[in-house]
Design a protein around this ligand. Structure first.
Ligand SMILES: Cc1cc2nc3c(=O)[nH]c(=O)nc-3n(C[C@H](O)[C@H](O)[C@H](O)COP(=O)(O)OP(=O)(O)OC[C@H]3O[C@@H](n4cnc5c(N)ncnc54)[C@H](O)[C@@H]3O)c2cc1C
Length: 325
């Protein structure tokens, strides 16, 4: 591993200033559970790491009128411990609980979880210059693609690894982005970018921009939500398919529903066709399966990952029906 310097900024503006103009040389670090792996494995070789954990008071979960605010440096574990999260947003609480191990959840932060890089084995192999690392080809397309994308692939078939992202998009989260001279707010659903729109990153952050805070509207009365994560192993693992579902129901009738999937596309994937089909319908195995199949018509599976189509259908049946039990 190449030596690198550590900078300890006092606030986000100072951190952003240090990072500005230092593309591929200076990287922000929060818990370091992903970034340090990338450095140790030779995927990136920074000259300096800007340690955001030196910034005081950016780890918090608090209510501000009709909004819940979450600091980007809040450890994932704090989402599990927070009664504000557990009582208002089961989908987020369950997503946090499903994530990694207790040790990683203690150190890994919410901001780092949203900004982490893909786990694709071609991307994570320092010997392979894949499309995402500036090469010509996505080797997953014709190679080993069991864990890769069935939606939105095109140039590169990574899947977004975050468990929190589908849950937060399902809850209609906003994010605050800060740079040396300005701060802006955007929908988390507009934060992530497909590889064809951004070859070198998974989101809209430019060098010198940092994620500062995530906000959530308070839930509507009688709203229900769930996060279901399907993984290959019963111990810690990334999702092969996950479903974040939030809805309002009159008995078994679906008044409103939002579905965001993880593990199947380079970005958290909203299933709007299924949502449209389901609105006004009665919850049953048949109605959910029909909605899933309708949405899955747009999927393009690769040689080894067609099993994800069945998993999406099964995940939706389980998740949506459990909200009306
Ligand atoms: C064994 C293992 C299992 C894991 N399992 C899961 C899992 O099941 N589900 C899951 O979702 N994740 C999983 N992860 C991924 C990840 O490590 C954690 O999700 C963690 O939350 C990342 O947070 P961090 O603070 O450590 O990020 P870091 O490693 O510090 O940063 C990750 C990336 O985000 C950037 N970054 C960090 N903070 C900011 C910010 N505020 N603004 C802009 N950029 C920022 C960094 O530059 C880096 O590129 C796992 C990781 C490991 C090692």
């Amino acid at each position: 591993m190449k030596n690198f310097k550590i900078a300890l900024p006092l606030d986000f503006k100072q951190a952003a200033n240090l990072l500005a103009g230092k593309q591929a040389k200076f990287y922000p670090m929060a818990g370091g559970t992903d970034l340090l792996d990338e450095i140790k494995n030779g995927i990136i070789s920074p000259e300096a790491v800007v340690d955001l954990t030196s910034i005081p008071a950016m780890s918090f979960i608090r209510q501000d009128k009709n909004t819940i605010r979450i600091g980007a440096l809040t450890p994932v574990d704090a989402l599990i411990e927070s009664s504000l999260i557990e009582n208002n947003y089961p989908v987020l609480h369950q997503a946090a609980l499903s994530l990694a191990t207790p040790q990683l959840r203690n150190v890994g932060t919410v901001g780092g979880n949203l900004c982490q890089h893909p786990r694709c084995w071609y991307y994570r192999d320092p010997q392979i210059l894949c499309w995402r690392k500036g090469g010509e080809d996505c080797f997953a397309y014709a190679g080993k693609n069991k864990y890769h994308a069935i939606f939105g692939g095109e140039m590169c078939f990574i899947v977004h690894p975050s468990d929190l992202a589908p849950a937060l998009i399902c809850l209609d989260a906003d994010v605050f982005i800060i740079s040396a001279d300005k701060e802006k707010k955007t929908k988390l659903s507009d934060f992530f970018q497909l590889p064809q729109d951004n070859k070198r990153g998974e989101n809209i952050l430019e060098q010198g921009e940092l994620l500062k805070e995530i906000t959530l509207p308070l839930p509507k009365k009688d709203e229900k939500s769930i996060y279901l994560k399907l993984k290959e192993r019963s111990t810690w693992d990334f999702a092969v398919v996950s479903a974040a579902v939030r809805g309002k129901f009159s008995g078994k009738k679906i008044d409103d529903i939002r579905i965001v999937l993880g593990g199947i596309a380079p970005i958290p994937w909203r299933l709007d066709k299924a949502e449209k089909y389901l609105k006004g319908k009665i919850v049953s195995d048949e109605s959910i399966r029909t909605a899933a199949r309708e949405a899955l018509k747009d999927a393009a599976s690769l040689d080894d990952n067609a099993y994800k189509l069945d998993l999406v259908e099964a995940a939706l049946v389980h998740a949506v029906s459990s909200l009306t039990e």
